[in-house]
Each structure stands twice: as C-alpha cells, then as structure tokens.
Ligand binder design. Structure first.
Ligand code: AMP
Length: 335
C-alpha cells in the first residue's frame, strides 16, 4: 500500500497532542488528500512542491507540519517565513495558524500593506516565530530594520503561480538574497505551468512532489449559465434582475476592474438593494474596509459582494449560492 492509503486519521501523523486537539476542535475528521501526501514529507524534512488549489486543505497541509517543527516560542527572530500574494490570503493563512496553533505558544504575525506598519512592527519586536507576509511588506519592514532574516529556516511560497502573475518575482528574488541559503523550502501552486516548473527547479532541492487534482471540476458541482448581452447598461439591468431572484442567498459579483466594480456597486445600491446588504472590495479600498466587508460577507450579514477578481482571489467562503462573472475572467484557472 502507498503511504497515502495508510494514513486515515490525523493521529497517524507524527503530530503532537496540542496540534491534534486543535484539529479536533476544528472538526476536521480526516486529512484531505493533499494533507495525506504533504504532511509526512514535510515532517521528514523534504522540500516539497505541492500542486493544489484553494479548497483542498492545502493551507493546513503546510501549516500543521510547520507548527510541529517550530514547536514552541524560541528566541526573538522568525524561523519560518510564509509568502503569499494578497493581503486576504496572508490573513487567511495567519488565521489558520491562530486556530491550529491555539494550544502552542508560537508567535506569528501577518504582514501586508495598505495599513500602517505600527501594529505589525510592535508584534515583531516582541519576538516572533512565524511570519506570514506579502513580499512587498516583508521587504519594506526588512529594509527598515524591523525584521532579522538570518534566522529563517523554512520558506514557504503559497500560490506561487499567482505571485508570478502579479509580478512579485523581483521581490521574491530579493528576499532569497537576505535569508539563509541553508533552509527548507515549500512551494505551493494551484497550477503547474512552465514558469512554476522553472521556479521549483531553481528554488527547491530534490523536492517531493505532491499533487491533487481539483476535487471536482466546476462542471460537476456547479450549474452554469452564460448570458450574452449587447452592452454595459443591459448587463447591469440583467445582473440586477438576476439578483432579485430569491434563490440568490449569497452572491459574489466579479468584475475585471475597480471602476466596473464601483459602477456595479453604485447601480445595485440605487436600483435594487439596501446598501447594508451590499459591499464592494478592490485594491483602492482601505485594508480595514476590505477586511470588514469580507468578514460581514462571511458572517452572512452582506448578501452581495462586488469584487475585482484579484481582491477576492483564493478566498474560501462557504455557502456562496451564486457567482456572477460580470466580465469574462482573464485567467482561465481563476474562473
Ligand atoms: P484551503 O484549501 O487551505 O484554503 O482550505 C479550504 C478549507 O478546508 C478551509 O476552510 C479549511 O479550514 C478546511 N479544511 C482544511 N483541512 C480540512 C480537513 N482535513 N477536513 C475538513 N476541512 C478542512
């Protein structure tokens, strides 16, 4: 039998009681396929290339073994660095660390731009074990002397394909120059393109490669409709009409640009909806506003969230009843 078939429960991993209890509290009964494959390899100290999309449990697949390896609070300087492309993803990973690490004393912080650095630097100065960061904010604080990078032993690139799409490669290279060469590396990506392959060759040493196919393709679990409409005005009216359907309990409307997101938001607010059931998020909104909107949406207080695809990418929100792609998405996998 292969290793993945022998691991049926979290107890089968060499994880400590603190972590198993946290997993239990979260109600995870069995490890997902990516967790079954990746956790043993990471615990054995291998570099890992993980091809897995959001929704597969890939975050816990690297967070759990990292928490196991980091064990408890030690010294002042970070030993693990997790890089992710967006503020939302950074805070989502950080939240998962909070939940899975709740019975450990490990110290961690989410570093992202769009907010003042004060809280982030204060947390860093108290001593830190794990940093989760967007590449830009990490370099920013590093260059201000707020981060001591020579203690980093584990580097994780999450959603590496997105980071490349978003042009973060130069920053990532600069980060590689300031952290020790002697370290373990984990690279997670939703897709395995030529670029990801090249990055993994450059960045990983004899990696264990783990891959999960998406659990179900959209065609299997989601009903899809395409409406062809002649112009912007008609498209707005059609959207408003569709949103008035009672079956639309909680919906995300994706647009390609900030301007369209704002226009859709304004139109819906004027035409069909109470403004308190409606929010818009995109990169020009302040970080706090975006977080609040996301939280309110997750909590079910907001019925319709209008978002540029970049702002909401990788976000895992259960129980969204409908997704409207106001524009045809540019990147096939995002769709
Ligand atoms: P991710 O792919 O990391 O974004 O995770 C998707 C969702 O699955 C998150 O809400 C996790 O909390 C949840 N999750 C992760 N691992 C498990 C598991 N083994 N069983 C059930 N849910 C899980």
């Amino acid at each position: 039998m292969s290793q993945s078939e022998t691991i049926a429960t979290f107890e089968d991993f060499a994880l400590n009681r603190q972590l198993l209890n946290a997993v239990d509290d979260l109600g995870y009964t069995e490890p997902s396929p990516i967790q079954q494959k990746a956790i043993p390899l990471i615990l054995q100290g291998h570099d890992v290339l993980g091809i897995a999309q959001t929704g597969t449990g890939k975050t816990a697949a690297f967070v759990l073994p990292l928490l196991m390896i980091a064990k408890y609070a030690q010294g002042e300087h970070a030993r693990c660095l997790i890089l992710a492309p967006t503020r939302e993803l950074v805070s989502q990973i950080n939240d998962e660390i909070t939940q899975l690490g709740k019975y450990t004393d490990l110290r961690h912080v989410a570093l992202y731009g769009g907010v003042g650095p004060k809280d982030q630097t204060e947390t860093l100065r108290k001593g830190i074990d794990i940093i989760v960061a967007t590449p830009g904010r990490f370099l920013d604080l590093y260059s201000k002397g707020e981060i001591f990078a020579r203690g980093i032993r584990y580097l994780i690139l999450d959603e590496a394909d997105k980071m490349m799409d978003m042009g973060f490669m130069p920053q990532i290279r600069r980060i590689l120059e300031v952290i020790p060469r002697q370290r373990k590396n984990l690279l997670f990506s939703a897709t395995f393109s030529d670029r990801v392959e090249r990055l993994s060759q450059e960045f990983l040493e004899a990696p264990g490669r783990v891959e999960v196919t998406p659990q179900a393709t959209a065609a299997e679990t989601v009903e899809q409709w395409l409406y062809e409409v002649p112009n912007f005005r008609t498209k707005l009216n059609l959207l408003a009409h569709l949103l008035e359907n009672k079956e639309v309990v909680r919906a995300i409307v994706f647009t390609r640009t900030k301007t369209v997101a704002d226009n859709v938001h304004k139109f819906l607010g004027r035409k069909i909806m109470d403004k308190k059931n409606l929010r818009v998020i995109h990169a020009n909104k302040g970080q706090n506003t975006r977080m609040n909107s996301m939280e309110a949406f997750k909590a079910g207080e907001v019925r319709v969230l209008v978002s540029t695809d970049v702002s909401a990418r990788g976000i895992d929100i259960n129980e969204v009843s409908h997704v409207f792609n106001f524009d045809v998405p540019v990147i096939y996998e995002d769709y």
